[in-house]
Design a protein around this ligand. Structure first.
Ligand code: NAD
Ligand code: UDP
Length: 345
């Protein structure tokens, strides 16, 4: 089977490409390299001993897509391509809607013309919005996500439901990720944020490796056990394996299927720091500041549906997530630019 992976040069995409190649699939990656890395794909080829067909292009470029589908007999599409910085989406919503929403519409049109109707979409737990009892299960109504980024995910979910409702050839998975962290255990590929990381774990990793002086913990006055925010952190390799399970399940599931990809367990910011300190065997300096605007106190997944329907559950612990993050960061203090000797900001 030949799989198109949009955004395959990015963080989650590259780990999923590795899992696909190791499971015997052929992979075509489409990426515009706005936030991806050639080096990541080279390393995936090195780790797997398999070749990737790479198309440099944009999901919003219909000509590029038509050419890609004409040249490659694609069976299924894993659609990771998108912009993901919440703050940037508030400053520049149009760019987010054009890229994440309009880009997905163009991709679906091209798929339809090429008679490819199987799609796995990278959605997010952010679509649940605020105010639900925990844990979050797939049957809950979606809320109002706090940012244009989150709303672009919700809009794409709605479009894909309409599409599947209009034509029963479509088989679509909406995978709602919780908080992906970690790296491949080889330490060869991992998360490589551009500029200062917005997310907790990459920030901690950069403090540990000496690129940043200290972590700021956003608030210790939440109604959580230790007052800091609680999230469901999931190892990126568990997430990658969840995509393979979802894709296999889709072959017998017309319409739209929704699955949370989370561990079902929440961890606080202070628990994450402690786990990282155990993994790296060093202190992470931090100070407490005010809550970050828009943050929710706590959320985690109900992961029972994916377990029952896909036979998938997250196997890797928080300690493994932190150990693999540290392995990657220690070996690649400046991410993929290490080999070029370029220091990043
Ligand atoms: P990433 O930025 O590392 O990867 C996205 C990839 O898509 C990059 O390689 C980028 O160059 C590419 N891309 C972006 N726009 C494109 C376009 N128009 N055409 C072609 N390629 C394009 O992000 P990630 O963390 O790997 O996330 C993958 C997907 O999962 C995204 O859709 C993201 O919104 C979603 N998601 C991520 C998280 C998270 O915390 N990382 C959580 C929930 C959902
Ligand atoms: N967080 C923090 N310091 C940081 C980044 C994040 O204290 O530098 C906290 C944040 O308030 C939240 C948790 O860590 O409680 C996870 O944040 P992240 O941005 O990684 O994920 P998201 O908020 O998108 O779930």
């Amino acid at each position: 089977m030949r799989i198109l992976v949009t955004g395959g040069a990015g963080y989650i995409g590259s780990h999923t490409v590795l899992a696909l190649l190791n499971s015997g699939y052929e992979v075509v990656v489409l990426d515009n390299f706005s936030n991806g890395s050639w080096e990541a794909l080279l390393r995936v080829e090195g780790l797997t001993g398999k070749r990737i067909t790479l198309v440099e292009g944009d999901i919003g470029d219909r000509g590029c897509l038509d050419h890609l589908f004409a040249e490659n007999a694609i069976d299924s599409v894993l659609h990771f391509a998108g912009l993901k910085a919440v703050g940037d989406s508030m400053a520049d919503p149009l760019t987010y809607y054009v890229n994440n929403l309009a880009g997905t519409l163009t991709l679906c049109q091209a798929m339809s013309c090429a008679d490819v109707h199987e799609l796995v979409f990278s959605s997010s737990a952010t679509i649940y919005g605020d105010g639900h009892p925990m844990p979050l299960h797939e049957g809950l109504p979606s809320g109002r996500p706090a940012s244009p980024y989150g709303r672009s995910k919700l809009m794409v979910e709605e479009v894909l439901r309409d599409l599947a409702g209009s034509d029963n050839r479509w088989r679509i998975a909406l995978l709602r990720y919780f908080n992906p962290v970690g790296a491949h255990p080889s330490g060869e590929i991992g998360e490589d944020p551009q500029g200062a990381p917005n997310n907790l774990v990459p920030f901690i990793a950069q403090v540990a490796v000496g690129r940043r002086d200290e972590l700021v913990v956003y608030g210790n006055d939440y109604s959580t056990p230790d007052g800091t925010g609680v999230r469901d952190y999931i190892h990126v390799m568990d997430l990658a394996e969840g995509h393979l399970r979802a894709m296999v399940a889709l072959s017998e599931r017309p319409g739209v299927s929704v699955w949370n990809l989370g561990t079902g367990r929440g961890h606080s910011v202070l628990e994450v720091i402690a786990a990282f300190e155990r993994a790296a065997k060093r202190r992470i300096p931090y100070r407490i500041e005010a809550r970050r605007p828009g943050d929710i106190a706590a959320y985690w997944a109900d992961s029972a549906k994916a377990q029952a329907e896909l036979g998938w559950w997250a196997r890797r612990s928080l300690d493994e997530m932190m150990a693999d993050t540290w392995h990657w960061q220690q070996g690649n203090p400046c991410g993929y630019q290490r080999k070029l000797g370029i220091a990043t900001g």
